[in-house]
Design a protein around this ligand. Structure first.
Ligand code: SF4
Length: 523
């Protein structure tokens, strides 16, 4: 059966996909009606994107509905998150999707948990979008693993994975970390990108301009075209739908508007996405029928290039909004302008200074301190058990580092420390709700606070600023892949593990730039 998503993206044909929100019920009559209508219409929407427990609430998973989509001759795009299941469960779901013939996967980190039976559910987040893409890459080739002494390989499956990016961040750290994580996602296998929903065409265009300048122009980007009601817009502003920006002016208009005006704005945005060279429009909106989608698509065709005269209807700004590029004469960003990154000198905190000094003295593998301690720890381990839980004087001294790390950095004793990678800004196992290790989710709020807890700043913004403070380039977050936590090391001493080589430090992967011509050929 034709994969309409892959065919359109590879042929450079503008694609219109529909996002169906699967709800907390197995019957899904509205989603079924949408699919039937789409299948009946020769020029109807051919790619149906199926959400994975959106908003952090229980719901029908995509694998329960994908076969219905396939039976109707349409192409499913299954969202997949690691918020509700660990890496084993995610892999198992991928096997299930492969068995159904679902090739298109949108790898997402997932929203913070909101509800659940008898109370809020436990957040899992064992793998995020980047690690899921890495896993999918392995499954594409056939994943090798051991059964006893025998090596086994899973059957290769031609997944077509994509990823999301939020180009609507209003502050520099949030936005730049989104862009760096995007590069990492492409480097580990994302073959297409779908944006977060948003209502500022200038910000949307900046994403494309950035990708072009960074050599990623070959990766197809599908613009999210969302039709909000005033009620949904208020929920987004209240942080109930993570990572969405709804400026005051848009909300004022939505409160006055009826459905035809909302569909007209979506059509205008779709026409602009087409005109600006996006690979397609990913259309969504609560309660929309397939007929509404066809109205949006048809009207976008009528608008054509006329969107250029109506740019002001598509740029809804937040006061003080960060733009990477200067404004051009058309009201959108000038793709040839210089990056407007901060010139402010950030200062290192005392914790950062102290931690980095200690790193230079005893953690850096080439340091005298590291070589001295490694020799003694190894000797103790050889004379006892081979784990970092070994007893002995030098292992006991490691306890001091654990006390410092807990007090200064919020260490949770994962035993597989990445503080050096985080510029000693603080432990993401403690300060990041999703315990992420490869960059932020897209959910931080307007003021840079965490999606899950508005009291806390998103730790990844601190990581960005702390990295600048050291004089290092935050682009390195686009180049290093941190493997998932090794749970064998939980509650063991991270310093001892690092020194004797038990942690995942050696398994970090320096990825090739996705701007590389070989990577471009792969897409
Ligand atoms: S700390 Fe940042 S990355 Fe972590 S969950 Fe909160 S918003 Fe997302």
């Amino acid at each position: 059966m034709e994969n309409h998503l892959k065919t359109a993206l590879q042929a450079g044909k503008f694609l219109c996909s529909a996002e169906l929100i699967l709800e907390r019920d197995h019957s899904a009559p509205e989603a079924e009606a949408f699919v039937r209508d789409a299948a009946r219409e020769a020029r109807g929407v051919k790619v149906i994107s199926l959400t994975d427990l959106p908003g952090g609430n229980p719901s029908l998973p995509p694998e329960a509905f994908a076969s219905f989509v396939l039976e109707h001759g349409l192409t499913p795009l299954a969202h997949l998150t690691g918020k509700d299941g660990n890496r084993s469960f995610v892999e198992s779901r991928l096997h299930a999707l492969a068995r159904m013939g679902v090739e298109n996967i949108l790898a997402l980190t997932g929203d913070a948990q909101k509800s659940g039976y008898q109370g809020k559910a436990k957040p899992v987040f064992d793998v995020d979008s980047v690690l899921m893409l890495w896993l999918i890459q392995a499954l594409r080739q056939g994943l090798e693993y051991n059964v006893g002494h025998r090596q086994v390989r899973t059957s290769p499956f031609d997944f077509f994975p994509g990823a999301a990016v939020n180009p609507y961040k209003t502050r520099e750290p949030d936005q730049m970390m989104q862009f760096h994580k995007l590069e990492l996602k492409i480097a580990v296998g994302a073959r297409f990108i779908i944006t977060q929903l948003g209502f500022n065409l200038r910000k949307l265009l900046e994403l494309k301009q950035y990708m072009t300048r960074e050599g990623l122009g070959h990766v197809p980007v599908v613009a999210n075209i969302y039709v909000p009601t005033a009620t949904i817009a208020k929920m987004m502003r209240a942080g109930e739908v993570a990572g969405c920006v709804v400026p005051d002016e848009l909300l004022r208009r939505l409160e006055r508007e009826k459905k035809p005006e909302r569909l007209e704005r979506a059509a205008l945005m779709l026409a602009a996405a087409w005109g600006l060279g996006f690979a397609g429009g990913h259309i969504g909106g609560f309660g929309l029928t397939h007929a509404d989608f066809m109205k949006i698509i048809g009207r976008a065709g009528e608008i054509g290039l006329d969107w250029e005269r109506r740019v002001d209807e598509l740029v809804f700004e937040t006061p003080g909004e960060f733009y990477l590029l200067p404004c051009g004469s058309d009201g959108l960003s000038d793709g040839k302008g210089a990056y407007q990154l901060t010139q402010v000198k950030h200062h290192m905190s005392w914790k950062q200074r102290l931690s980095m000094s200690v790193h230079r003295l005893i953690i850096d593998p080439k340091s005298f301190g590291a070589r001295f301690l490694r020799a003694r720890l190894k000797r103790e381990s050889e004379s006892g058990d081979s784990t970092s839980k070994s007893k002995g004087f030098w292992h006991a001294t490691m306890g001091l580092s654990a006390v410092y790390r807990k007090a200064a950095l919020g260490c949770m004793s994962c035993g597989d420390c990445i503080q050096d990678y985080l510029s000693y800004a603080g432990c993401t196992m403690h300060w990041c709700y999703k315990n992420l290790r490869n960059g932020p989710c897209g959910g931080s709020r307007l003021d840079g606070s965490c999606e899950a807890d508005p009291i806390l700043p998103c730790i990844w913004n601190m990581v960005y600023l702390s990295t600048l403070a050291t004089g290092d380039d935050p682009r390195r977050f686009a180049r290093t892949l941190i493997p998932p936590r090794d749970w064998c090391l939980d509650q063991t001493n991270a310093l001892a593990n690092r020194l004797v080589g038990l942690d995942n430090y050696c398994k970090r992967v320096e990825v090739e730039s996705p701007a590389h011509p070989a990577a471009a050929a792969e897409i």
